[in-house]
Design a protein around this ligand. Structure first.
Ligand SMILES: [Zn+2]
Length: 480
């Protein structure tokens, strides 16, 4: 007995030593880099004027081509550097190319979208949503953050570099979709064209992650979240059918009742939380920057896995990183209160973790519902199921991280999974180095402005975006 206890004690001591050692030895993945190169040709005030003019164009998705044509005319008109780029138009997008001096180098591809979501209650805005008002050091309006800031900052950076006599060795391409917020057909058209031309890009960078302030729990400062993958989405319809009849003599379950029960079961049985490779990368990069206790837990997931899952599962925001999510979004039943419905339906929006297949999600839904009278069918798949995770230890991530370190030295860079969808999902055939990051600084309050009320960007932050893209364009010339 005594001997057994001694053994147990020794085993515990070893375990504690291993945990502590793993917690202590977490090596930081952060880098230090020289300050950003100067960009003397860039004039912030004039650039802010141009962004404000572009915000005034009502490029609401599905509003027809007029506003988009006007946008591209305006770009050519106001930015001399853009006029010098080669432009190819697509039905729902445009591709600008800045030819590099070395055609043997794979190009880099920058994505942004020119469309914006509609405005629901313009009267609630501080400044008119399509006014492009500049006030208090801010540029106000729909698209100021999502995604006209990126589109314009990319072109401002290219234009400034060009007027400073910079010529890229590697070809730089800029692809702008006109319907990212709805179908992403523009991105699909451009990607198909590039694939057909045999283009393999060294980097594809799109929106998705940002520089967050106070949004990553425990982080000692701002964190640049660089998306290495994004979720796939599918819409699934549940249908129950019945003979109908009068409400006075109902069977135990009506069609509406069956669908209601199915929906309740799906909500009561969410997908399990999983530490996927993307979530693991996030934790591995973040852990060394955290206080000892949190570091100890994240570095010892083999033991504390359930604790980590419980912690991340506690809020919808973090849980979405670790599970395929289930959102019941639409319901319909009978046409009249006293008539038994002949048919009832529910629509479920599933957001899939990388690696999950449509078939798996449908099979699980059928199993959870367990009612053969409820039909489960896939009605819409938003992507082509070719999602992959970009290696955070690969060359593209390193180049982006270096540009972040040079322009935002106080910021920690961490890879993560983007839970929304971006145009980048269409470019899987063009590159295996796809990253989703726009150098926007966002606080918790700002995230509600995207697609919401009072969207705006600080002029200083906008200037930093231009500097970031210029640094990245320069840095890409050294990368292999
Ligand atoms: Zn966007």
């Amino acid at each position: 007995m005594k001997r057994a206890l001694r053994w147990l004690g020794a085993a515990l001591a070893v375990l504690v030593a291993v945990l502590v050692a793993r917690g202590m030895t977490a090596t930081s993945r952060q880098i230090t880099a020289p300050p950003a190169d100067s960009l003397p040709a860039f004039e912030l005030d004039a650039a802010c004027e141009r962004l404000s003019a572009v915000v005034r164009l009502r490029t609401v998705t599905d509003s027809g081509g007029g506003a988009f044509a006007e946008l591209h005319d305006m770009l050519a008109d106001r930015l001399p550097g853009v006029r010098a780029l080669e432009r190819r138009d697509f039905p729902l997008g445009a591709l600008y190319t800045w030819k590099g001096s070395d055609p043997t180098l794979p190009p880099a591809l920058f994505l942004a979208h020119a469309d914006v979501v509609p405005v629901e209650a313009p009267q609630t805005w501080t400044h008119p949503p399509f006014g492009g008002v500049r006030a208090d050091g801010l540029i106000w309006g729909r698209g100021a953050l999502d995604d006209k800031a990126s589109l314009m900052a990319l072109l401002e950076a290219a234009s400034a570099l060009r007027s400073e006599g910079f010529t890229p060795r590697r070809t730089l391409m800029f692809a702008f979709g006109h319907d990212e917020e709805t179908r992403g057909q523009g991105a699909r058209q451009i990607a198909a064209y590039l694939a057909e031309q045999g283009v393999r890009a060294a980097l594809v960078i799109d929106e998705g992650g940002v520089i967050t302030d106070g949004l990553v729990p425990g982080a000692p400062g701002p964190v640049a979240l660089v998306g290495i993958a994004e979720k796939d989405a599918i819409n699934v319809r549940l249908t129950a059918r019945d003979v109908g009849g009068h409400g006075s003599m109902p069977p135990p379950h009506t069609a509406a009742g069956r669908v209601g029960r199915a929906v309740a079961l799906l909500e009561a049985n969410p997908f399990p939380l999983r530490i996927t490779p993307a979530a693991a990368a996030f934790m591995d990069w973040l852990a060394p920057e955290l206080p000892f206790g949190a570091r100890l837990v994240l570095r010892n997931r083999w033991l504390f896995g359930s604790l980590v899952r419980a912690r991340y599962g506690a809020t919808p925001k973090t849980a979405a990183q670790m599970r395929t999510t289930t959102a019941v979004t639409m319901l319909s039943g009978g046409p009249k209160a006293n008539v038994l419905p002949k048919q009832a339906t529910a629509t479920i929006n599933f957001r899939l973790l990388p690696g999950a297949t449509h078939e798996q999600v449908l099979a699980r839904a059928r199993q959870v519902i367990g009612d053969p009278q409820v039909e489960v069918e896939l009605i819409e798949s938003v992507s082509a199921e070719r999602a992959f995770v970009t290696d955070p230890d690969g060359p593209a991530f390193a180049t982006v991280q270096r540009a972040i370190a040079r322009v935002f030295p106080e910021v920690i860079t961490v890879p993560f999974l983007v839970v929304a969808m971006t145009d980048a999902r269409h470019y899987a055939a063009v590159s295996d180095q796809i990253l989703r990051f726009a150098p926007l600084r966002l606080t918790a309050g700002d995230t509600d402005r995207i697609h919401g009320t009072d969207e705006r960007i600080s002029e200083a932050d906008y200037g930093a975006m231009v500097r970031f893209y210029a640094q990245l364009m320069r840095g890409l010339q050294d990368a292999s």
